[in-house]
Design a protein around this ligand. Sequence first.
Ligand SMILES: Nc1ncnc2c1ncn2[C@@H]1O[C@H](COP(=O)(O)OP(=O)(O)O)[C@@H](O)[C@H]1O
Ligand SMILES: [Mg+2]
Length: 375
Amino acid sequence: MSPVVGVIGGGQLARMMVPAAIALGIEIRVLAEQEGMSAAIAATAVGDYRDLDTVLAFARDVDVITFDHEHVPQKVLKGLVKAGVEVRPGPGALAVAQDKVLMREKLTSLGLPVPAWGTVSRKKELRAFLGDHGGRAVVKTPRGGYDGKGVKVVDDAGDVREWFTALDEDANGGVLLVEELVDFRRELAQLVARRPSGEIAVWPLVETVQEGGVCSEVIAPAPGNVASAQAEAIARAVAEGLGVTGVLAVELFETQQGELLVNELAMRPHNSGHWTIDGAVTSQFEQHLRAVLDLPLGDTDPLRDWTVMANVLGGPESGWMTDRYADVLGTDGGVKVHAYGKPSRPGRKVGHVNAVGDDLDDVLERARAMRDLFR
Ligand SMILES: Nc1ncnc2c1ncn2[C@@H]1O[C@H](COP(=O)(O)OP(=O)(O)O)[C@@H](O)[C@H]1O
Ligand SMILES: [Mg+2]
């Protein structure tokens, strides 16, 4: 009988697990938040992932539960485990990905390099941090942020007035995370996968480019001299130290001095790994399925010298990426196009393109040209 993987969340990450599951003959079932989502093709249930009964009903008869996102509440995760469901990554590891303050605490206790950080619940505490760190800092809401939502560069405590007000109104109290504003040379990401029995697979370190807090391009491998051995050691330490299963992405800053600092962690396939679909022997989506089923992991070698991934953000002014195919696809038949089945909205990730080859400038240009045709 085919193994059955249940994925909570119907976004593009769940969608992109589907072809990998089909190729391996694995059954994939998705619990989608709504009808018509990106992963609708594999949705066997539609419901609220915050409701334990809904999730328990979905998890009946699956071999393992995994995720499209990190927002499933701890009480639901623990309820699944209590009912005997395999949950990968498990609640303990996911808790760290769910809360940026806990993340900073765990990374610090693992002895890994992170930006200077603290927590603040009052404006005067933020003012003190600003005073100690050159007058500028980054404030983050600990939970629920993505694509730069919940991240703000500030030089005055009043810049995040609404976030302080929200803390005051929150019966649970709570804090904001504050970090030094890192003057990075560039951002990098280290993707690995770990299976429960301990095997770890490591893809090449990549460079990621963010625009307005949102990933726009990824270059694999990261060009130039880069501390790839250190990045690998950091990712292994996180995967083992937190007992992560499945794909783990470690977002890194490379400082002007060439040092690495950990920005944040994601415990699922990640935008920085979309290049692997067309650029590596084993894609992150296939690897995630193998890892959560505790199967031997696939090779992570790149297929060509360079792969460039470019996100289609916003997409066409109206309609769908696919509406443009007749005009656009013929421009460069070598660039691979991935559309997420989502209608356009400003800034929304609606798809990506991958270009591969042996000349970086050429690969960059081809990826950007195709991406621009969809914008
Ligand atoms: N301490 C920092 N110093 C400088 N830039 C930062 C810092 N933290 C975040 N950023 C910038 O903001 C982006 C989004 O922040 P991140 O914490 O990764 O949030 P998200 O959960 O939205 O991805 C980062 O990729 C980086 O470009
Ligand atoms: Mg991030």
